[in-house]
Design a protein around this ligand. Structure first.
Ligand SMILES: Cc1ncc(COP(=O)(O)O)c(C=O)c1O
Length: 445
């Protein structure tokens, strides 16, 4: 099929996620037919730097030979079976590998159990249900039915994860369908303590993104906040769910963001980068304390009645195992540190001085470039991404925040190119000709 035929069919048959379809037809979005490393190639033969890591999940680059080979080898064995009543080698090996790299903390029981699913939303949904049921088993008549979540949080699009979502644009529409929660301001330790003091015995769990609230536009938490939340959850017997779906697998510079503050959550969800961005797979990790709460004779009905058809898919587990091996073989996290430093310099030098950039927020390779105020209907973040596309880079906006999140494997010259294109795109779309005193760059590592 030609590109035009594909486009026509896309417009007549598809409905794209998070997309106002009314404008879609006018945009001639690239149709990606292959990719290599940090580059996407479309059906017209144009190449684009993948500045969003295929929606924050590609880690070691597209078509990494070791991950390609692992998926192919698994295809020769079995593509899919079930985790309900059966097991398989890649799921078992991956559980061991994941637990070996999970965050640790002094004097704290480690995460020791892995429950698979297939996307970030379900991994969080599972964490919430586990927390709820765990309290229920302990205190059948207890009142712990609520969840605490942060303002501007994002944990996915299923109804459970929307219930603990704090981004009104995405979540308000569905309020009548959602379960009860208590929203607290991110970074406000005293406010959280007040809520726990007043409502502690009604709360099953607190859920949060660690260090960076990604979908909110890369909002950064103050140092020490994650640790303080851990201590408060302990004090009030509230389970702590940490959503590492976006931050996990190196994005903030360490394997997991929790490591920065020595925090071990009671439940931790991972997805996105778990398979290197190859296949849908997610996992909810928890401790022996939570796991053992569910043990009992069948007729006691402590079983966790939850599972998806593609939970722990063998091809996806093989891709994930290969992804974790590449972290070791290529010493990915060590190789990432100079790139993080370079990224910081490049942002400071070429994006911060633009007069239409209000603030740059960054942690590791997670970057949010906040534009100055533009009317909503100007869709300025979106205009910037269209201008970047014309110049050979795919970046995505979150409102008027331009997000950069390249694969960890991006080369330094590609990083230079990505930031240069983004700077040009912002200047072109927003009309920011004159550099002025640099915009605030949040001081983080
Ligand atoms: C922190 C966080 N949690 C959960 C999700 C949802 O993951 P998925 O899109 O795989 O359901 C996302 C997706 O961006 C995320 O950033």
């Amino acid at each position: 099929m030609t590109t035009e035929e594909l486009r026509a069919l896309d417009r007549s048959a598809l409905w794209h996620p998070f997309t106002q379809q009314q404008g879609w037809a006018a945009e001639d979005a690239p149709i990606v037919e292959r990719a290599e490393g940090a580059w996407l190639h479309d059906t017209d033969g144009r190449a684009y730097l993948d500045g969003t890591s295929a929606l924050w999940c590609n880690v070691h680059g597209h078509r990494h030979p070791a991950i390609d080979a692992a998926v192919r080898a698994q295809l020769d064995r079995v593509a899919h079976t079930t985790m309900l009543g059966l097991s398989h080698p890649p799921a078992i090996a991956l559980a061991e590998a994941l637990l070996a790299i999970a965050p640790r903390g002094e004097g704290r029981a480690p995460l020791s159990r892995v429950f698979y699913s297939d996307n970030g939303s379900t991994a969080n949904e599972i964490a919430l249900k586990m927390a709820f049921q765990w309290h229920r088993i302990q205190e059948p008549d207890g009142r712990r039915t609520k969840f605490v979540y942060l303002d501007m949080s994002y944990h996915g699009d299923t109804i459970g994860s929307v219930s603990v979502g704090g981004i009104d644009l995405f979540h308000t529409m569905f309020r009548p369908l959602l379960f009860d929660g208590i929203r607290v301001a991110a970074g406000d330790v005293e406010g959280l303590e007040r809520v726990l003091r007043d409502h502690g015995d009604e709360i099953a769990a607190l859920i949060m993104e660690p260090l960076v609230q990604g979908a909110a536009g890369m909002l950064l938490h103050p140092d020490g906040y994650l640790r303080a939340v851990r201590e408060l959850c302990d004090a009030y017997n509230v389970l702590m769910v940490v959503d590492e779906v976006a931050t996990g697998f190196g994005r903030t510079g360490t394997m997991f963001a929790c490591e920065r503050e020595g925090v071990v959550p009671d439940l931790m969800s991972v997805a996105k980068g778990l398979t290197g961005g190859y296949l849908p797979l997610a996992a909810t990790l928890t401790t022996e304390r939570v796991y053992e709460g569910f043990l009992g004779r069948f007729e006691e009905f402590r079983t966790f009645f939850h599972g998806h058809t593609y939970t722990g898919n063998p091809l996806a587990c093989a891709a994930a195992l290969a992804t974790l091996r590449v972290f070791e073989d290529e010493d990915t996290l060590a190789a990432l540190q100079p790139k993080i430093a370079l990224l910081a310099e490049l942002l400071e030098a070429s994006i911060a001085p633009l007069e239409t950039v209000a603030e740059i927020r960054r942690r590791g390779v997670m970057v949010g470039i906040q534009l100055t105020d533009f009317p909503l209907e100007a869709r300025m973040g979106h205009q910037v991404t269209l201008a970047a596309r014309e110049r050979g880079a795919i970046v995505r906006p979150l409102g008027d925040v331009v997000v950069l999140m390249p694969p960890l494997s991006i080369a330094e010259d590609e990083l230079r190119q990505l930031v240069a294109i983004t700077a040009e795109a912002i200047a072109a779309a927003t009309g920011a000709g004159t550099p002025r005193a640099p915009a605030a760059v949040a001081p983080v590592v």
